[in-house]
Design a protein around this ligand. Sequence first.
Ligand code: AHR
Length: 360
Amino acid sequence: MKRKFLAMTLALAMGLSLAACGGGTASTPAPAETGEVEATTPAETGSTGDVITVGFAQVGHESDWRTASTKSAQDVFSAENGYDLAFVDCDNDSAAQLEAVRNFIQQGVDYIIIDPIVATGWDAVLTECEDAGIPVIVIDRTIDDSDKYVSWVGSDFKVEGLACGEWLKAYAADKGITEINALVIEGSVGASATIGRTEGFKEIADREGWTILDSQSGDFTEAGGQEVMESYCQSYAGQFNVVICQNDNEAAGAMTAMDNAGVTYGVGGDVILVSFDANKPYVQMVMDGKINANFECNPMAAPTVAEIIQQLEAGETPEKEIYVSESWFVAEDNVSTITVNGEEQECIYVTQEVLDARPY
Ligand code: AHR
């Protein structure tokens, strides 16, 4: 009860502080989803001596990236660290994700973490959280139709897409490739990760006069990537020289489809293959020359979320938007830097040492 009063006071203070800043709206967009509850047991630790209860409505389990994100949250919000985590895998179902959040409100958790499956449809349920005095922290993907959350921690997906385009431009110039005919395998429809990466790459493609032959959703899964690539191999046989997969699992599926169709890819192949996420096994594939470039999406938001919770517990006001740091990994050393939004960024040539240092 004491903790709930604290949460309500903090939410009120946050609202006042945002109002004082002219509304404090997030400049980023976000998505939503559902799942089944799997609660852990509480521990008698934590800075105040009380167990902090946290509900986490996770997108699902569609990718290696998602597995890393879930593990990070379960490690950080452990009983040993003074938390009682109610974890819900929403299985990429937006209605289930809204239901999960409402269940957390009913349970009276101290904090709610949401990784929104889709970017819209959030204001009503976030208002219910606010009315219940439960601070919400959004991670990874963004919410673009409500600002009723304390903080968002995640990636700049548009920058990831822009970086992909700028690297491809520099790479093609170095190789003497004058025509780009690209096929894009997008992530899940309505997810801010999909929206940002698509927009960023398209911006460069339009500027450079490249052809995007097709752009379809592979739903961030290996099966989805394979299915879309099989159809592309039939429809665009001999017409494409670039395949952009919006996550590593889709890239795995696309590789299977291209292997089956006799299309070569990677260093020395017919097709330049690009991926996003940079999970360790796929950075290995960059080192092996199967993937030409891989643009990281950092899944380790949970430690920052724990810091935000501790700030709230201490009566402080956390930052509204926190971007995680990300790197770009490449298979050849011909492009060492690119300029994105006027900022010079490194392209990391993958060696065994680079691979060994990857945390996930
Ligand atoms: O929202 C992050 C994206 O979601 C990752 O790129 C993808 O692997 C995951 O499913």
